[in-house]
Design a protein around this ligand. Structure first.
Ligand code: ASP
Length: 361
């Protein structure tokens, strides 16, 4: 049974402890380069964070109440699993009433998947959950951790100047200088500080000398109680097409025992070979109840099934068009929707429709 009663460390800041109007923020440290150090053989490994405020004295200048919760065993995000997403979501659920915003310190490698997964699992979210991390560990002199974390905290605390309501009630990723919706983030750079891009959607905010929010792009949904979902379907795969892909490869992937859903990474506007064996493999998978979600390999644009003859079979086969969804969001959306265990028609509707801003209508 996972431990949810982890100790909270209150960080000293310049906020008046007695002032209830001051935003209360919770940092959840999960691991990643941000908190890594070199081991004896010279590899970066995740460390216990300990007193973050000692590594980042600038935190003390923040005008917010800030608490830190470190996971007992921080990980490199390459080891993240759906169980970690559900645990993180539950943790946020546990502390939801006590904090105004959350900042998740996370490795960059799978941050886009985690942010998308949390977007689905935290339904009716009305507070910010901002993922961030660093390309260089916090202790290093050229670290980007300070800048990323301080700005993520400012975003988590941000209110509309007029209405004083929450500015970004979404799961999102802040990195370098842009704020990206959780279901639109993509890691595209492993060597530069600008590690993420927002795919097919404008950034929700840009950080320069000030923070410029694009309020028209931020989702403001009618308030409701947060629902933390507790199930994700594990039987999901990704099949990326390439010219020359063989029947054996397609059969092996689509024939995986227990497979419930597969993201088909197709070409251009959702096109794929029309070779009979390929169509036969897809038809057999569909007959076994495997859901196929068509996502384009292109970084921009969208899937339009039936635009070309090479995608005209998909609709009648029941392949769901993913529109302009990213692979990261498609994988986690399949896990989430199939994890709901709904009947066929409702499952199809949910897969096809925009659930968390992952599709531009
Ligand atoms: N391997 C690291 C991770 O994802 C990379 C990073 O954090 O930048 O945990």
């Amino acid at each position: 049974m996972p431990d949810f009663d982890l100790p909270l460390l209150t960080l000293p800041t310049r906020a008046d402890a007695a002032d209830a109007a001051v935003p209360r923020l919770l940092i959840i440290y999960t691991g990643g380069t941000v908190g890594m150090a070199l081991n004896r053989t010279g590899e970066l490994v995740p460390m216990q964070f300990g007193r973050l405020d000692r590594k980042m004295p600038e935190l003390a200048r923040l005008p917010y109440h800030v608490a830190l919760l470190s996971l007992p065993a921080p990980i490199d995000s390459s080891n993240v699993t759906p169980a970690d997403w559900l645990y993180l979501a539950q943790l946020i659920g546990r502390h939801y009433a006590d904090f105004d915003g959350f900042v998740v310190l996370h490795g960059t490698d799978t941050m886009a998947y985690s942010a998308a997964a949390l977007s689905y699992v935290l339904e009716h979210l009305a507070k910010p959950v901002v993922f961030t991390g660093a390309q260089v560990p916090v202790g290093a002199s050229r670290s980007d951790a300070q800048r990323n974390l301080i700005t993520a905290l400012e975003i988590a605390a941000a209110r509309h100047p007029r209405t004083r309501t929450v500015r970004v009630p979404e799961v999102c990723v802040f990195f370098n200088d842009i704020l990206i919706r959780g279901t639109r983030a993509k890691k595209m750079e492993s060597q530069q500080f600008a590690a993420f891009r927002s795919e097919n959607y404008p950034p929700l905010a840009r950080a320069g000398i000030g923070l410029e929010f694009d309020d028209n792009s931020i989702r403001l949904l009618p308030g409701a109680y947060l629902q933390v979902h507790t199930n994700l379907e594990a039987g999901v795969a990704v099949l990326r097409l390439f010219p020359g892909i063989t029947e054996a490869v397609v059969r092996a992937v689509l024939g995986i025992a227990g497979l419930k859903g597969c993201v088909l990474e197709t070409y251009g506007s959702g096109n794929a070979p029309t070779t009979p064996w390929f169509l036969q493999c897809l038809a057999e998978a569909r007959a076994r109840g495997v859901w196929l979600l068509n996502v384009s390999q292109c970084e921009e644009g969208r899937v339009v099934q039936g635009k070309y003859e090479t995608s005209s079979h998909f609709e009648e086969m029941g392949v769901v068009g993913g529109d302009d969804i990213t692979t990261e969001a498609a994988v986690t959306k399949l896990m989430f929707v199939l994890g709901l265990g709904l009947e066929e028609e409702r499952t199809r509707q949910l897969l096809a429709q925009d659930l968390r801003g992952e599709i531009t209508l």
